[in-house]
Design a protein around this ligand. Structure first.
Ligand code: ADP
Ligand code: MG
Ligand code: MG
Length: 340
């Protein structure tokens, strides 16, 4: 895919699919990934298309089907997954991308590992958590974000990547109780040595409910990559709040609610969000009983450092991961182990 010079990903795929014809191999298309997959049921609908469970070589896979008008998002996500050293136990596992035609409509597919528990959003709606489950989910999720954010230097390195759409619907839950980060359609990459930043020019992308103050009021400095890492950390602070609310403590637990549920309507506008987050500088409040719970009050302090108004003082992913690990280790009765 990278050897194509300035041709688009789509052209590369079209070429690979049609190059067999005329050479006595017109059926080459039959061997592409899409043709090997039998679709089962629809498991998710997002902004850019649908996600289906499929069967590939006798194994369930997830197939994200983009409408062809959202080619840019498919291209971006395919590019990100094709990044060197992108594989990580807390990043959704990638199998491949393909173009296919169904009912004579072009479809763009992105095939990944399938996780039957679905998104963290679904999981929190269906289940409450105990402390160990909360720590596993939060530490694994921040480990995925840390891997994204970190540039790896070497002959086969990895650029730093910022996600730009962190939320519970874009984090999936593995059957072992750990999270993987998914949905890289808006991600940006950065390489320090060349200073090269691969970024779209629209500042207000992502999900409005999770947008940081500097994105909402457009004061974000888009020429500095660090700005995008801090946007991710703001959103992850809200994710921590969503998880903690679903954690049972001294017999108490809250219903699932999205961040700012009590402050903005169900499909908030930029203006709704800007008023609450930038002008009134409101942040989610905590239930009283968290104060007497060392884990929940510990995470409460950390989430405040993630969603700080001033992006420069927000916790970086590594600091947050270490702080969460420390909290987990402090309580010997949790018997918290890292070798999950
Ligand atoms: P979009 O870019 O349209 O938001 P996502 O990649 O976020 O698409 O997927 C939409 C939803 O589909 C997710 O919120 C999740 O519920 C479900 N989903 C996506 N990928 C998987 C997967 N690999 N396994 C299980 N469910 C998935
Ligand atoms: Mg999504
Ligand atoms: Mg997306």
């Amino acid at each position: 895919v990278t050897a194509a010079g300035d041709s688009t990903l789509r052209e590369v795929f079209e070429h690979s699919v049609t190059s067999g014809s005329g050479s006595g191999m017109p059926l080459l298309i039959q061997r592409t990934l899409a043709k090997q997959i039998t679709l089962g049921e629809c498991i998710g609908k997002g902004r850019y298309g649908e996600v289906w469970r499929g069967l590939w070589h006798g194994e369930s896979v997830a197939v994200k089907i983009f409408f062809s008008r959202d080619e840019a998002s498919w291209t971006r996500e395919t590019e990100i997954y094709s990044t060197m050293l992108f594989r990580h136990e807390n990043i959704l596992g990638y199998i491949g991308s393909d173009m296919t035609s169904r009912n004579s409509i072009t479809q763009l597919w992105l095939v990944t590992h399938y996780h039957p528990l679905g998104s963290l959003y679904d999981h929190l709606n269906r289940h409450s958590l105990n402390h160990v489950q909360l720590l596993h989910l939060s530490i694994s999720a921040i480990s995925g974000i840390l891997h994204l954010h970190t540039e790896i230097f070497g002959t086969q390195g990895k650029p730093a990547i910022a996600h730009r759409d962190i939320k519970t619907k874009n984090i999936l839950v593995r059957s072992n109780g750990m999270c993987v980060i998914a949905d890289f359609g808006l991600a940006v990459t950065h390489t320090q040595t060349t200073g090269e930043m691969n970024v779209a020019n629209n500042p207000r992308v992502g999900t409005k409910r999770y947008m940081s103050p500097e994105v909402l009021d457009q004061t974000i400095n888009m020429s500095i990559f660090e700005s995008f890492r801090r946007v991710d950390m703001y959103a992850f602070g809200l994710v921590l709040w969503e998880m903690c609310r679903r954690t049972v403590s001294s017999g108490f637990v809250e219903e699932y609610r999205p961040p700012f549920f009590d402050m903005v309507p169900s499909d908030p506008s930029f203006e709704d969000m800007r008023k609450v987050v930038c002008i009134d500088q409101y942040r989610p409040v905590i239930p009283m009983h968290w104060e007497s719970d060392p884990i929940l009050s510990g995470i409460w302090h950390l989430m405040k450092e993630c969603w700080h108004q001033n992006p420069n003082v927000r916790l970086p992913a590594l600091r947050l991961k270490k702080s969460l690990l420390k909290l987990a280790m402090q309580d010997p009765s949790l018997n918290f182990r890292l070798d999950f």
